[in-house]
Each structure stands twice: as structure tokens, then as C-alpha cells.
Write a new protein. Structure first.
Length: 505
């Protein structure tokens, strides 16, 4: 049976997103440059150190983060736990209409302009639509109103400065017309045809301390003036800019640590209700789960190892790598891990598997139908054992499918990948996640993002019971954890994979 869905206008904002269809070339091995050289050389030169650990090793990164603070820091004392957040506050929002990613309201420049940017741990550069020849200038609301978006303009900000081609920050010097021209950048992301390019500029990012005082603490940062955006950026995901939270030196957390404003860590919380938090300088709590990052010499990412998959009562030892990427809407797994999880899950489900009908663009292979009078269903619990042995319980691996407002079924929120494994935003629901770059570990602790108390759901070790509710507002999933609601399977194409394919920054 195929679901039939009314194609009513279910979205507050209208757009189209590139389809994340099956064939894609994941040219991961084609990242164009060595990301480390510009760090090691100046630091070695200035500190006169020659004894840095081998480039790209775990010890190297730990050493680099410490030396960075000695080098540029304002004497951040050990144990100093200054935590900063955006001046608009620490709240973040999952916007289903914009590719199921988390967004924050950030303000940049003088006078300050605010931007609703997607938060992406999978990439590094912070770019804003700027002096555009190709970008989204406004969005249309459901009732046809135009909502104008801010566009950054270096000329309009008195604190803006060009990053020149002869700057040590400029990697594309060979593409520069002259040494005093602006430094170009270009990034292609995994979502089909999705890219941003422009020139690098410097300006202030307005921050406050994440405490009762809310003291202003602005940071001078390098950002991309994104003149040309393509693909998903024109049709749904990150229409107003992307804030890179990755490991490389060009990312916002790296710059904050380098300036000595915070320690070299940050945390993000992902509430079951779609509201989250972001805090720079926070490395979590002592009772959190932990696993080390795998560091590769050329492209450092938040890459962790999973050693065991537990689905319901089935446990399988299977080691694989995955990247924690908030810029990817749904988890994306390849061969053995995908097969192991999906087949064990499928074998424990009572509902009928859904056979996808024409016109549906579901990227999920494992979907199940609810009968019209069904008020409850049970699915197996999914747990991942991380390297080191700590358990990562996936609080909400499902997506509810609605026909209009009526629950029609659910899907396991994992997309089959041909190459890379990505733990996407949906698997982070219900957690405060610490990206501790000082100690090179990922930390996680269950949280509702309000009072750090995990939601009080009665937990069976093997099964989880769900009560499908009538659909609410698309952006307000209420406090009940049942995955982001999908009103029409064609909306599944509105997902983003903002992991860089090629970055020249
Ligand atoms: C990618 O987009 C191009 C057009 O922008 C299209 O021709 C191509 O089929 C798309 N590829 C996939 C895999 O979606
Ligand atoms: C972002 O914050 C600014 C103030 O800093 C506010 O004026 C603006 O309305 C906010 N925008 C959104 C989309 O919340
Ligand atoms: C950050 O979030 C917490 C809730 O977790 C809140 O109590 C606090 O006031 C927030 N801080 C700011 C600066 O918004
Ligand atoms: C804006 O773009 C135009 C060309 O599109 C260019 O001539 C101009 O210098 C740019 N301005 C800034 C401040 O980058
Ligand atoms: C880069 O070029 C500008 C203008 O040509 C010059 O003022 C500046 O000192 C140069 N910077 C470096 C790091 O060479
Ligand atoms: C946070 O980092 C500091 C300094 O590296 C360390 O002493 C502390 O144990 C870390 N906290 C957690 C929860 O890992
Ligand atoms: C993750 O780390 C492993 C082990 O170092 C490595 O083999 C793999 O290529 C990395 N994956 C990515 C996408 O960085
Ligand atoms: C639900 O409807 C099906 C037929 O569609 C019926 O067989 C079943 O008994 C009903 N269940 C309940 C709880 O009413
Ligand atoms: C959590 O649930 C248990 C039983 O399921 C109940 O006894 C307890 O009062 C609940 N706690 C809160 C804070 O609601
Ligand atoms: C899965 O994780 C949850 C939460 O930590 C735990 O309560 C449960 O016992 C785990 N189940 C298995 C089979 O390990
Ligand atoms: C979990 O679900 C399976 C399959 O529906 C069932 O056989 C098993 O008894 C359930 N276990 C618990 C603890 O409810
Ligand atoms: C979710 O629950 C928290 C308390 O745990 C409450 O403060 C918040 O307002 C609720 N959010 C919604 C959207 O109902």
C-alpha cells in the first residue's frame, strides 16, 4: 500500500531543496590541501619549538591547542571556565523547513546585523550571504508575505576588514589577482550541487557571557563574505548563512580559543522539543559519556569509533567510524553498520513495512504503517557502544509520518550511504554534547536543554513504546519525543548534508 498525501501547503516558508538522491560522488580523498602547515610553522617559529608531536597525531592536536593559548591567549588561567554564547542568547532552534538543522540568531559587524545561521560541526568556515550575486534575499511566508533577510556588507560595517591575499590566513594565494586583493574561498558540500564562494573578511562577532551577567565579549573573527551560493543554500538549507564549528583553525570555536576568550571546547544541546543550546568554552560534566576523537592528518573532523550495535536484545560487535555532524539532517550509514541496524530493527517490528509509492521521495528504506485506529506502537531500543565502552542510547531514531494531521506511519531515520558514516542531527536529540577539543574527546549527557534533567521517560532496556499524537505546528513538536514530524513524504528531500566535499579556504 502506498500512502496518499494531500499536497496542501504545509510549510510556513516555501522553498525547494535539492534532492538527496542516491548516486553521488563522495570525493573525500580530494580535499585540496594540508590544513596544518600554517599553524605549525608560525608557532614553531615564534615559540622556537621543534619538538611538536607528529603532525596530525592526537598528541599533536592536544599540543597545538595548548600552545595556541600560550601564544595568543589573554592568560586564560587553568580552571577558568568562561563560557560564552551569542549575544542573542544560548537558544538554538531546529527548523524543519530549513533542512532539519539547528539555527541560531547571531549578530555581526558595526552596526550589528543579525543572521539566522545553521550550526554545522561538519564544516569549518563561517560564511554569510554577502554582497551577493547569488543568494536568498527573502523568504516567502505561507500567506505570501515577503520576509527580508539581512545580507552582510563589508562596506556597511565599520569594523570590517579585508583579508588580503598576502595574509598567512589566505590559502588560495595562487588564485589571487594581486597581493592586495581580497582572499578568495570556495567550499563544496556533500548535498548535491551545494557550495558557497566569495572572499574572506574580518569583523566582530557579538558574544555575551553565558551567565546571569550576560557581559558583552566581542570576538574578532574571520568569516566568508559569501557572494555566490548554489544548491541547497538557494532552496532551503542555511538560507541566511552557515556557522562552521569544525576542528580546523578557521572555525569559530577555534578562533575563540586562539584569542583566549574561551577554552578550546564547546557544547550543543538538542532538545526533544527542537529547542537547543550552544555554549563556547564548555566541555561538559564529569558524569558524561565519553569517547576519543580519531584524528586524521589531513582533515580533522569529529570522527569517533563505534564498537558495538545493540538493537533491542540483539548485540553485534562491529567497529566503524562516524562523524558527529550537526549539519546533516539525518544519520547516514554505509554497508555493514547500515545493514546490521536496519535488519535487526526490521526483524523486531510488528507493523507492516511500507512499500514506497510513486511520487514519494523517501530516502529511508525502513518505514512502517500504522493502522488508523492504532494508538500505540513499540520499537526496539537502539544503543551504540562507543570506543572506550560508554553507551550511547539513541533517544529518538524515528520520524513520524503524517497524512495531514493524522499519524500514518514512522520511519527509521537512517539513510543508506555509499561512503561516509555520519551521525546526523536526529541522533543527537535528547543530549547535551560536548566537543572537547582540548582533550580530544566527545562527551554526551542526556538533557532536555532546560534544566539538565533528562526527560523522565520510563526506559525498558529493549523496547520503547510510542504514542503517536496528532501533528502540531511543523516548527513546534511540543515536548514529546517522537521525532520531527513529516507531513508529506516529498518533504524528505528537504534535507541537507553540509559536510565539505572540497574546501579551499
Ligand atoms: C544533481 O543536480 C543536478 C542539477 O543541479 C542534476 O542534474 C543531477 O541529477 C543531480 N544529481 C543527483 C544525484 O541528485
Ligand atoms: C535576532 O536578534 C535580534 C536582536 O539581536 C532581533 O532583533 C531579531 O529579531 C532576531 N531575529 C530572529 C529571527 O529571531
Ligand atoms: C542559557 O540557557 C540556560 C538554560 O539552560 C538559561 O538558564 C540561561 O539563562 C541562558 N543564558 C543566556 C545568556 O541566555
Ligand atoms: C561587491 O561585489 C562587486 C561585484 O559583484 C565588487 O565589484 C565589489 O567590490 C564588491 N564589494 C565588496 C565590498 O566586496
Ligand atoms: C600585504 O600587502 C599590503 C599592501 O600591499 C601591505 O600593507 C602588508 O604589509 C602586506 N602584509 C604582509 C603580511 O605581507
Ligand atoms: C574540561 O577540561 C579541563 C581542562 O582540560 C579538564 O580538567 C576537565 O576534566 C574537563 N572536563 C570534562 C568534563 O571533561
Ligand atoms: C575517521 O577516522 C578513521 C580512523 O582514523 C579514518 O580511517 C577515517 O577515514 C576517518 N573518516 C573521515 C571521514 O574522516
Ligand atoms: C483496528 O482496526 C482493525 C481493522 O482495520 C481491526 O482488525 C482491529 O481489531 C482494530 N483494533 C482496535 C484496537 O480497535
Ligand atoms: C519519574 O517517573 C517515575 C516513575 O515512572 C516517578 O515516580 C517520578 O516521580 C518521576 N519523576 C519526575 C520528576 O517526574
Ligand atoms: C540502552 O541504553 C539505555 C540508556 O542508557 C539503557 O537503559 C538500556 O539498558 C540499554 N539497553 C541495552 C540493551 O544495553
Ligand atoms: C520487546 O518487543 C519484542 C517484539 O515485539 C517482544 O517479543 C518482547 O517481549 C518485548 N520485550 C519487552 C521487555 O517488552
Ligand atoms: C518543554 O518543557 C520545559 C520544561 O521541561 C518547558 O520549560 C518548556 O516551555 C517546554 N517547551 C514547550 C515547547 O512546551
Amino acid at each position: 500500500m502506498a500512502w496518499s498525501f494531500s499536497r496542501s501547503s504545509l510549510y510556513r516558508l516555501l522553498f525547494l531543496v535539492m534532492s538527496l538522491a542516491s548516486q553521488r560522488c563522495y570525493g573525500f580523498r580530494t580535499f585540496g590541501f594540508d590544513v596544518h602547515h600554517r599553524y605549525s610553522d608560525p608557532i614553531k617559529g615564534i615559540l622556537g619549538v621543534q619538538d611538536l608531536p607528529e603532525k596530525g597525531s592526537r598528541e599533536y592536536y592536544v599540543a597545538m591547542s595548548h600552545r595556541d593559548r600560550i601564544f595568543r591567549g589573554r592568560g586564560l588561567a587553568d580552571g577558568d571556565r568562561t563560557v560564552l554564547t551569542f549575544d542573542g542568547g544560548n537558544k538554538t532552534y531546529r527548523l524543519n523547513s530549513f533542512g532539519y538543522l539547528y539555527y541560531a540568531n547571531v549578530s555581526v559587524g558595526t552596526p550589528a546585523l543579525s543572521f539566522l545561521v545553521a550550526l554545522d560541526t561538519g564544516s569549518d568556515l563561517f560564511w554569510l550571504p554577502c554582497n551577493c550575486t547569488s543568494c536568498v534575499q527573502s523568504l516567502q511566508s505561507e500567506n505570501g508575505q515577503d520576509i527580508k533577510l539581512n545580507i552582510y556588507g563589508p562596506d556597511a560595517s565599520s569594523t570590517s576588514k579585508k583579508v588580503l591575499c598576502n595574509s598567512t590566513f589566505c590559502e588560495q594565494q595562487t588564485r589571487c589577482p594581486s597581493s592586495d586583493s581580497g582572499c578568495p574561498y570556495q567550499i563544496q558540500y556533500l548535498s548535491n550541487g551545494t557550495s558557497s564562494s566569495g572572499v574572506l573578511v574580518e569583523d566582530v562577532l557579538h558574544l555575551i557571557t553565558d551567565d546571569n551577567q550576560k557581559k558583552e565579549d566581542d570576538a574578532r573573527i574571520t568569516l566568508g563574505c559569501g557572494q555566490i551560493q548554489t544548491g541547497s543554500f538557494l532552496s532551503g538549507a542555511a538560507p541566511n548563512g552557515l556557522l562552521g564549528l569544525g576542528m580546523r583553525s578557521i572555525s569559530v570555536p577555534s578562533m575563540l580559543a586562539r584569542e583566549g576568550l574561551t577554552s578550546n571546547s564547546f557544547s550543543m544541546c538538542f532538545g526533544a522539543d527542537g529547542v537547543g543550546r550552544i555554549r563556547f568554552g564548555d566541555n561538559g560534566s564529569s558524569d558524561q559519556g565519553k569517547t576519543p576523537f580519531n584524528i586524521r592528518s589531513s582533515q580533522p573532523t569529529y570522527n569517533i569509533s563505534i564498537t558495538q550495535i545493540i538493537v533491542g536484545g540483539n548485540t553485534a560487535a562491529l567497529e566503524f567510524y562516524a562523524i558527529f555532524d550537526t549539519g546533516t539532517s539525518f544519520t547516514y550509514l554505509n554497508g555493514p553498520a547500515y545493514t546490521q541496524i536496519t535488519t535487526s530493527f526490521d526483524s523486531l517490528i510488528k507493523e507492516n513495512r511500507h512499500s514506497s509509492g510513486s511520487g514519494e521521495d523517501l530516502p529511508f528504506e525502513y518505514c512502517y504503517e500504522l493502522s488508523s485506529n492504532q494508538t500505540k506502537f513499540e520499537v526496539p531500543v537502539l544503543n551504540l557502544t562507543m570506543k572506550g565502552g560508554d553507551n550511547y542510547y539513541v533517544t529518538d531514531p524515528l520520524l513520524m509520518i503524517y497524512d495531514g494531521d493524522v499519524p500514518a506511519g514512522y520511519c527509521l531515520g537512517i539513510v543508506k550511504s555509499d561512503d561516509v558514516n555520519i551521525i546526523g542531527q536526529n541522533f543527537m536529540t535528547g543530549y547535551s554534547i560536548a566537543f572537547d577539543r582540548d582533550n580530544m574527546i566527545l562527551g554526551w549527557k542526556e538533557s532536555n536543554c532546560y534544566d539538565d534533567v533528562p526527560s523522565n521517560s520510563s526506559k525498558s532496556p529493549t523496547n520503547k513504546s510510542h504514542t503517536p499524537a496528532l501533528a502540531a505546528n511543523p516548527e513546534d513538536t511540543s515536548n514529546q519525543s517522537n521525532g520531527p514530524p513529516i507531513r508529506n513524504p516529498s518533504t524528505f528531500t528537504f534535507m541537507a548534508v553540509l559536510f565539505p566535499l572540497l574546501a579551499i579556504v
